[in-house]
Design a protein around this ligand. Structure first.
Ligand SMILES: *Cc1c(COP(=O)(O)O)cnc(C)c1O
Length: 391
């Protein structure tokens, strides 16, 4: 079976993890801060807070920006459910902005129109979460401009996009946002098994993220309240937090993987280039690259266009699976999920996201994907277009 994505683990990765297992600290010890600093430096952000998943990072990012009941959080429907769920965890209302039919990211025009409408109704969002789908950065300058005009905060869901760049800066620099989030799940660009990170250039937000991942506790005198001198107050809980800590075991794997990040990205770009060329002659839309951006190609989504044999996305999906290629789909529009349907979102709400859903397939792209297997995928897809209806 060829998966759509998979991790690369080397002997050195294993060695680094083993070192931690033989050390004094298993959970947060010296390696977590080292991993945080390395990612922050790589991205050009001043703070990075490691947590146990991107889902946790999204949750505490919303809390650190004071999202709560009565507030609105907007995101793209073309994402993993966690991007929307974090708003609901905070008791806020969640809404969706349709995607751009070329980039598959949140449409700036749709966002602009929706903001103008919301302003009239007094229902402006507190937070907007753009998602860099497949590692293709969103138009952050335009979204940042809108945030200044309408007064919302921005969390970048960059789960797919570590190593990508926008306008000569690395995604995660937070040059045009308040917080950026990475995921280190095994299918993502680098992995820690499970894990995530929140980056920010705001010291106050960073402090809150640190408290929120650790049950709301602090040992920093700056944040502690005065208590009687004859009592032992070596820490204080100052807000309601969680146990979202990353372990040193995970951070060691992440740190070791980070050393190969640039190699991973160039390998993914190489594969993407090969696919781009191969699909040029087929009724397939390949991932569009916005000017001034470099995708990390976490995913390589193709869109099946209308063709004379009338073969559909679903049929190509089935043919690939029959040939032991486990293609996937990123994503079913979040609001079409049964849980979100129960919140009363209607089919047709974001037409571009729905038409993408009906035509997109994520074909395999990962560091260890051989040229032979890339060609295998290409041949199965091109044969599907040729053979179909001749059977
Ligand atoms: C993977 C992913 C998440 C969640 O990441 P976890 O680390 O698995 O919690 C969130 N958003 C997007 C866009 C993702 O792809």
């Amino acid at each position: 079976m060829i998966p759509y994505g998979r991790q690369e683990i080397t002997d050195n990765d294993i060695l680094e993890v083993e070192k931690v297992l033989r050390s004094d600290f298993l959970t947060q010890g010296p390696i977590v801060p080292k991993f945080e600093k390395s990612v922050a430096d790589y991205c050009g952000a001043s703070n990075a807070i490691a947590v146990n998943s991107a889902t946790s990072a999204l949750h505490i990012a919303c809390l650190a920006l004071d999202l709560g009941p009565g507030d609105w959080m907007w995101t793209s429907p073309n994402t993993f459910v966690a991007t929307a769920n974090c708003g609901l965890y905070c008791g806020a209302n969640v809404d969706f902005v349709d995607i751009d039919p070329n980039t598959y990211n949140m449409s700036v025009k749709a966002l602009k129109d929706k903001l103008a409408e919301a302003e009239k109704l007094g229902l402006l969002p507190k937070i907007v979460i753009p998602v860099h789908l497949a590692g293709q950065p969103c138009d952050m300058i335009a979204i940042h401009e809108l945030s200044k005009k309408y007064g919302f905060k921005i969390i970048e869901d960059a789960s797919h996009a570590i190593g990508a760049s926008y306008n000569q800066t690395k995604v995660g620099s937070c040059a045009h946002s308040d917080i950026a989030i990475f995921s280190f799940h095994p299918v993502k660009i680098i992995t820690t098994g499970e894990g995530g990170m929140a980056l920010t250039n705001d010291e106050m937000i960073a402090n809150r993220l640190v408290h929120l991942r650790n049950s709301g506790n602090t040992r920093n005198k700056l944040f502690m309240q005065p208590r009687p001198e004859n009592e032992i107050w070596n820490y204080q809980q100052i807000e309601l937090g969680f146990n979202y800590r990353m372990t040193d075991i995970q951070a060691a794997l992440g740190l070791s993987q980070l050393k190969r990040l640039d190699k991973f990205i160039s390998r993914r770009r190489e594969i993407a280039k090969h696919y781009d060329k191969a699909f040029d002659f087929l009724p397939i839309k390949v991932p569009f690259q916005l000017k001034g951006t470099l995708s990390s190609y976490h995913l390589y989504p193709i869109c099946i266009q209308e063709n004379k044999n009338e073969i559909t996305q679903k049929e190509i999906y089935n043919i690939l699976w029959k040939n032991k290629i486990s293609v996937s789909l990123h994503y079913i529009p979040v609001y079409l999920q049964p849980y979100y349907q129960s919140l009363n979102f209607k089919r047709g709400y974001c037409p571009n996201a729905e038409s993408y859903f009906k035509s997109a397939l994520s074909i395999p792209v990962y560091v260890g994907l051989s040229l032979e297997n890339q060609n295998n995928v290409i041949n199965i897809i091109s044969d599907a277009f040729l053979d179909y209806k001749q059977e």
